[in-house]
Design a protein around this ligand. Structure first.
Ligand code: PEP
Ligand code: MG
Length: 883
């Protein structure tokens, strides 16, 4: 088996189709080389080697050592330099590169191949001893940090002291001799902290770095990142070894990063940053402030230092042509790294650029309109789950705001929350249901869990391509970065701008679209649903087969759902209506009644309230089907707890308070989820369902008369296990319907159906379909009952289950296709066998999850139902599933 794949100098062993084997970076380097772009020669050690490395106790087989030697020979041939050669040394970079980019992993070691001898050779051939010693200094520092994992701060400290001792301000003030001294200090530090001298053998250096890249695949940070992004642990990473090119060889050298379109807004136009006389990491690290790429961007920002377009017009021209070529070649927005060595352009990376949801949408629609991709490809391009970001409110431009400071608009959207100064605190507060803004000087991969927990992120340092900016965009969190006037004292839990002070726990608002940071909460407005969003939805609706409904029970939610394109209500949980205002007392009176007469008296009070709720919903959803589920949860959920609540019920009913307390105690259940709930309530207290059915039909007749358009009620019975239960309950509903129709002299078409939430119901779907005109899969309960995992207690252990790969994803979020999915398949099949035109839908949380929607398409359900804000996600996911 081949593990090493070469590229550059007219050779490409791989190409862009080999991402699984070569990782994204390696595959694209090979691709760029094969289309004739200037790529420094190198080779990729495949992800298959990473897997084997772990299988074989973290060691390398002899065959791969031979292949690496051949890879090095390839680089030597193309460059005319030799690895470890003291006269004309080859230096290489070593970088990780998984199938998808993973900021939690070891990234890069530069200048590898330098030692006490080769540094002298580099000084001679470059005719620049300062450059040579600076490269050696950087190499030791990077290697010590990334490969040996020694305390980074000690090296920084030595550098600072070296500058202070000489009265220097910038790194570039250090002379060759200063740097030579610093190298000696660094080597001593390595010996002290590592217990061994810094490796002088260049091959030891290389294998050390390769081992560190593979080792970083199983680092805690990488694992967290994989868990948050659903990346399987067995993919492994590749390693890229590539000849160094130098952006730090004087004023005709530079290094930079760029996007072919704006990754924040999606607007056309190159977008990026570069630094003259610098090495790659300098741009990302935010040590020096990068310059703009284009003149237009520089002018728009009112910045002074010349843009690359102005400073290096020729190389810039070549770069711009390369951007266009890469976009046409990949038919997507590219994220590019480049270096200019003595006025010669080198391409170091290209990949599909990470972008905000807003940019993804704009770029997909623009590219389809430019003819670069088809409308269907545009539909497939936009991550359905990420649409979420566009559907949430932004700051109301009219609302008063108390602006504290301004930073860079690093990731769009607005967020308010309490200020916290570290990632753990953010995670704790979020776990308590609090909205927080994570405030850091700058972020690092250690902060990822806190960034995920926060509503928004604010940093004092770092540019648009800083860690905070890139990660926040990926996560869809609003972010303001590089708010330079902000002075953060994390230890004292306070931040200041001039005289003003904000302490931990105080509320701030950030606007990631403008960079503004405000004290207090600022009012927001609803998102714009026309424009590109509307266009993409039209294209999506053309290709999807699944219908999309909403889970909603208030008229406001129903209205939102309709605006978002819902084609009906898939689940109206009537119990949610029982908590409103004065109703809860009537509900309590009903529950605590000791006989049917008592219950009916209470139900009579509830009837008009339910009727007006349903009437409002029917009006909002005119012409669309509305599935209304009869009472489901265990009665004790509605019980009074406080003395005052008991007193209120006692007053309303005239029943003695002690008697009420006894009755409440009687209702206690050991396992209410499997207790007296769902249709079991209807079986034991049919008058409850009778009242609800009556309310539904009275409302339907009323709306039909008022608007001239008859609603389409679908009455749904919850938690059915047997056909007999459904038949009994259907009889109750039908009887109520007939009574209402007779009284009002008008009939309404309606359906009675059931939820499928229990394995028994799924298995006996054939006979259940005799009484039920539709099935709606309640996959929340079906997951709970199939897995035997309590939906309310699962959080405590399910994360570990996901981490250990027992379930690929949280089965309450994304359907367990093999288990729960099997039951859905069986029920659909058996239901259809009895009743070929049976309507099938899903209304558990999974109805808004793109992966689960793909499964629903495969099984051929008729519709999915999701919460209103997820309706557009479901429309897009349904289209993608149909493609
Ligand atoms: C379900 O169980 O999937 C469902 C939709 O019902 P609920 O969440 O109300 O139990
Ligand atoms: Mg349920």
């Amino acid at each position: 088996q081949q593990y090493v794949f070469r590229f550059g100098g007219g050779v490409s062993d791989g190409g862009k189709g080999d991402k699984n084997l070569l990782g994204g970076k390696g595959a694209n380097l090979a691709e760029m080389a094969s289309i004739g772009l200037p790529v420094p020669p190198g080779f990729t050690i495949s992800t298959a080697m990473c897997t084997r490395y772990y299988d074989e106790g973290q060691s390398f087989p002899a065959s791969v050592r031979t292949e690496v030697a051949e890879g090095l020979a390839h680089i030597e041939r193309v460059t005319g330099k030799a690895f470890g050669d003291p006269t004309n040394p080859l230096l290489v970079s070593v970088r990780s590169g998984a199938r998808v980019s993973m900021p939690g992993m070891m990234d890069t070691v530069l200048n590898l191949g330098l030692n006490d001898e080769t540094v002298e050779g580099l000084a001679r051939v470059s005719d620049d001893p300062r450059f040579a010693w600076d490269s050696y200094r950087r190499f030791i520092q990077m290697y010590a940090d990334v490969v040996l994992e020694l305390e980074h701060g000690r090296f920084e400290e030595a550098l600072e002291i070296a500058k202070e001792d000489n009265g220097y301000f910038l790194d570039t003030d250090l002379t060759a001799d200063d740097l030579k001294g610093l190298v000696a200090q660094y080597k001593a530090l390595v010996a002290e902290l590592w217990g061994k001298p810094f490796p002088q053998d260049v091959h030891d250096q290389l294998w050390g770095a390769v081992g560190a890249v593979f080792g970083s695949w199983q680092s805690d940070r990488a694992k967290v990142y994989r868990r948050l992004n659903d990346i399987p642990g067995d993919w492994g990473t590749a390693v890229n070894v590539q000849a160094m090119v130098f952006g730090n060889m004087g004023d005709t050298s530079a290094t930079g990063v760029a996007f072919t379109r704006d990754p924040s807004t999606g607007e056309p136009g190159y977008y990026g940053e570069f630094l003259i006389n610098a090495q790659g990491e300098d741009v990302v690290a935010g040590i020096r402030t990068p310059q703009y790429l284009t003149r237009a961007a520089r002018e728009a920002a009112g910045a002074k230092p010349a843009s690359m377009e102005e400073a290096m017009p020729e190389v810039y021209g070549e770069l711009a042509r390369t951007f266009d070529l890469l976009e046409r070649h990949y038919r997507d927005m590219q994220d590019i790294e480049f270096t200019v060595e003595k006025a010669k352009l080198w391409m170091l990376q290209t990949r599909s650029g990470k972008r905000t949801a807003k940019a993804a949408l704009k770029i997909a629609v623009d590219m389809a309109q430019e003819g670069l991709i088809t409308e269907e490809q545009a539909v497939a391009r936009v991550d359905a789950a990420a649409l979420d970001q566009l559907l949430h409110p932004t700051l109301d431009p009219q609302a008063p705001r108390d602006v504290l400071t301004k930073g860079l608009p690093a990731s769009p959207g607005a967020a308010s929350g309490k200020v916290v100064f570290d990632a753990d605190a953010a995670e704790r507060a979020a776990a308590n249901g609090e909205d927080v803004i994570l405030v850091r000087v700058e972020t690092s991969p250690e902060d990822i869990h806190g960034m995920h927990a926060a509503r928004g992120i604010l940093t004092a340092r770092g540019g648009m391509t800083s860690h905070a900016a890139v990660v926040a965009r990926g996560m869809g969190r609003p972010c303001v970065s590089g708010a330079g006037t902000l002075s953060i004292k994390a230890a004292d839990k306070v931040m200041r701008v001039g005289e003003r002070e904000v302490r931990e726990g105080e509320i701030v608002t950030i606007d990631g679209s403008t960079g503004e940071v405000m004290v207090g909460a600022v009012a927001t407005i609803q998102p714009e649903l026309a424009g590109d969003f509307g266009t993409l939805m039209v294209w999506a609706d053309r290709v999807r087969r699944l219908r999309v409904r909403a889970n909603a029970e208030t008229p406001a939610d129903c209205r939102t759902a309709r605006e978002f394109g819902a084609e009906g209500i898939g689940l109206c949980r009537t119990e949610h209506m029982f908590f409103d205002g004065s109703r809860i007392t009537a509900v309590r009176q009903m529950i605590l009644a000791s006989d049917e007469a008592g219950r009916r008296a209470a139900l009579d009070k509830l009837l008009p309230e339910q009727r007006s709720d349903f009437a409002e919903i029917f009006e909002v959803m005119a012409g669309l089907p509305c599935t209304i589920r009869l009472l489901d949860p265990p009665l004790h959920e509605f019980l009074p707890h406080e003395d005052a609540e008991f007193a209120e019920v006692a007053k309303a009913t005239g029943i003695d308070i002690e008697k009420l307390r006894r009755r409440a105690a009687e209702l206690h259940e050991f396992n209410p989820m499997l207790g007296h709930r769902g249709c079991r309530l209807g079986v034991t207290y049919p008058e409850i369902y009778e009242m609800q059915a009556r309310a539904i039909f009275e409302a339907a007749v009323e709306v039909a008369e008022k608007t001239g358009e008859a609603p389409i009620p679908e009455v749904m019975i919850p938690l059915v296990a047997t056909a007999k239960e459904l038949k009994l309950m259907k009889a109750v509903v039908d009887k109520a319907a007939e009574a209402v129709f007779a009284e009002k002299g008008r009939r309404i078409d309606y359906l009675v159906g059931t939820m499928i939430e229990l394995p028994r119901a799924a298995l006996r779907a054939g006979e259940i379909a005799e009484a039920g005109a539709f099935f709606s899969f309640g996959t929340n309960d079906l997951t709970q009952t199939t897995l035997g995992v309590s939906r309310d207690d699962a959080a405590r252990f399910l994360t570990q289950y996901v981490e250990k790969g027992i379930y690929a994803r949280d089965p309450f979020v994304s359907i367990d296709v093999e288990g729960v999915g099997e039951l859905v398949r069986i029920a659909a099949e058996r239901g259809r066998a009895t009743r070929p035109d049976i309507k099938l839908g899903i209304c558990g949380e999974h109805g808004g999850d793109p992966a689960s929607i793909a499964f629903c398409e495969e099984v051929g359900l008729d519709y999915v139902s999701a919460s209103p804000y997820r309706v557009p996600i479901a429309r897009l996911a349904a289209a993608q599933a149909a493609l």
